[in-house]
Design a binder for this molecule. Structure first.
Ligand code: VGL
Ligand code: ZN
Length: 231
């Protein structure tokens, strides 16, 4: 957004998604290529006084999580390749198909820790998501079921309480948790930006398709240069 178009009310939040060891090389079980490269960009954003609140999210799964290939019987339990169908435990008519992953971000493990290079002293709140083993929850706001919802972090309400107007999203991964968190933030009524240099995709070849999908929701991909951030 050009600075000249800045609305009178501008209370931007920075949302740092899943900057955890398991999503980063060299040892992450679900490492996103070049995932560590975004850390300096994120630290620079964290230090920017324009943000009124700074949230970090953690994928925070029990070892029994439904997205782990290891929790499914062969032959349909190949990480990255196999899918499973998840049924709303409260409503059998609501289902969705979702990809299976290697075990990752298991609560309390080394892989679930935020990367130590991240300047955590600047973070106001940490949100744990994916804690209900019955549902996949890429979004840091809530799971994809609606009738009824199964898991909700309450973050929309906390951002609203802080009078946040704009949400800038960075972190991992662009094609999963960043994407779904950005979409849910937009659906909740915030103006949403994904900062290009602050995110990487699990599948880099999906980048343009995801960008178009985000733009279809009215989410804007911005670079950190050229005044695009709105300050
Ligand atoms: C994520 C796959 C599985 C992410 C989380 O943070 O993008 N991806 N769980
Ligand atoms: Zn996960």
């Amino acid at each position: 957004m050009p600075t000249s178009d800045r609305p009178s009310k501008f209370n931007p939040a920075l949302l740092v998604v899943d900057m955890q060891e398991d999503f980063c090389p060299p040892n992450g079980s679900l490492a996103v290529g070049n995932g560590r490269d975004v850390i300096p960009v994120i630290n620079t954003l964290l230090a920017n006084p324009a943000f009124t609140t700074r949230i970090a999210t953690k994928d925070w799964h029990p070892s029994t999580h439904i997205s782990f290939a290891s929790n499914h019987p062969a032959p349909n339990n190949v990480p990255f390749t196999s899918y499973t169908t998840i049924t709303n435990p409260h409503n059998p008519s609501e289902t969705y198909k979702t990809r299976l992953w290697p075990d990752h971000c298991v609560q309390g493990t080394k892989g679930a820790e935020l990367v130590p290079e991240l300047d955590q002293s600047l973070i106001d709140e940490i949100v744990e998501k994916g804690t209900d083993d019955r549902v996949e929850m890429y979004s840091c706001f809530h799971d994809p079921f609606e009738h009824p919802r199964v898991s909700d972090s309450g973050l929309v309400e906390r951002l609203q309480k802080k009078d946040v107007t704009h949400v800038y999203v960075v972190g991992l991964a662009m094609d999963y948790c960043v994407k779904y968190s950005a979409i849910d933030a937009k659906k909740a009524g915030f103006e949403v930006y994904v900062v290009e240099e602050g995110t990487k995709a699990v599948d880099p070849s999906a980048w343009e398709e995801v960008r178009k999908e985000l733009e279809g929701y009215g989410i804007v991909m911005v670079g950190t240069g050229g005044g695009e951030m709105g300050w």
